[in-house]
Design a protein around this ligand. Structure first.
Ligand code: NAP
Length: 287
């Protein structure tokens, strides 16, 4: 910060006043851009990991979040922790397995019953029951990956979108993966499902655009969560990944949350059908 120079004519009081008004305007602009006050958001897979970090960040920015995963108790614990941290009713828990269309319908119906609308939907929960080359995957495993990672997102979006379309206001965010941008010898089916998520977002962005409902993806790189534990706990894999990642490390769940806040907030009202890659530079590195 440079020193504030005063003149005899204005004393220094008016200069300080102008400086403080300028700072206040700056703070207001920053707050407004990323403000989620009064917004209602559903985040699937938010009892832990990336989903929980997104739910916490949404609540910190003023939203009320619905915490959802398969385990009701884990959801209730996360919602209680958010409420305690925020000092208000910032979160409620509604368990739902994304494999079940009926449970997803209940998640949407219950949210609408409690809050009357859904402003932001984060399709974050996903599955990967198979690790290996495509030649060895069973039909059931491939089906499960496509059902949970693509079709369940389609179901939930179709359930939540009508209210957004009617109000001409809503942001849908799909947590995909940088895996969807690459081939892989061991994660082929999962990567195919994540690539389909990019296209799901693009297509729905085209369908919903005239209603001012936006659909975007976030593509994280390797993040320290239970989901990817097998990768980052293996010293050889961790070394290989971080050696070719410009930032030379893997990500933390909180580092994905900012992109979600951006996509749910007024800061991103002209962005739709796109993907934000948050990967420490892994995908742009020549290795
Ligand atoms: N971690 C990474 O390196 C990484 C990288 C790229 C993309 N991603 C993506 O990020 C998203 C979140 O992954 P994460 O790493 O945060 O995983 P995580 O820490 O293992 O958390 C997964 C969350 O999803 C819930 N969940 C799992 N299966 C579910 C189901 N069938 N129905 C409803 N909820 C379910 C889990 O709770 P319950 O067990 O209680 O259901 C938990 O809340 C996924 O889409 C994943 O593909 C992760």
């Amino acid at each position: 910060m440079g020193a504030i120079h005063t003149t005899k004519a204005d004393g220094g009081g008016s200069v300080r006043r102008r400086e403080s008004q300028r700072r206040q305007r700056k703070e207001e602009a920053l707050t407004k851009l990323f403000d989620l006050t009064g917004r209602i958001a559903i985040v699937t897979g938010s009892s832990r990991g990336i989903g929980r970090a997104i739910a916490e960040a949404f609540a910190q920015h003023g939203a009320t979040v619905v915490i959802s995963s398969r385990k009701a108790e884990a959801c209730a614990e996360t919602a209680a922790a958010i409420n305690a941290a925020e000092g208000r009713e910032a979160a409620v828990a509604i368990a739902a397995n994304i494999s079940s269309k009926a449970e997803l319908q209940r998640l949407v119906d219950e949210t609408l019953r409690l809050f009357g609308r859904i402003d932001a939907l984060v399709c974050n929960a996903a599955s990967n029951p198979y690790f290996g080359p495509l030649a060895g995957i069973s039909d059931d495993q491939f089906r499960k990956i496509l059902e949970n990672n693509v079709i369940a997102n389609h179901w939930l979006i179709q359930m939540a979108a009508p209210g957004m379309i009617a109000r001409k206001d809503g942001s849908i965010i799909i947590v995909s993966s940088i895996g969807g941008l690459k081939g892989s010898p061991m994660l082929g089916a999962y990567n195919i499902s994540k690539a389909a998520d990019f296209q799901l977002a693009r297509n729905l962005a085209v369908e919903f655009g005239k209603h001012a409902v936006r659909v975007n993806c976030i593509a994280p790189g390797l993040v320290r969560t239970d989901f990817a534990r097998a990768l980052w706990e293996n010293p050889d894999t961790l070394k290989a990944v971080t050696a070719t990642t410009p930032l030379r490390r893997i990500g933390e769940p909180e580092e994905i949350a900012g992109a979600a806040v951006y996509l749910a907030s007024p800061a991103s009202t002209f962005m739709t059908g796109q993907t934000i890659v948050v990967d420490g530079g892994a995908t742009i590195s020549g290795g």
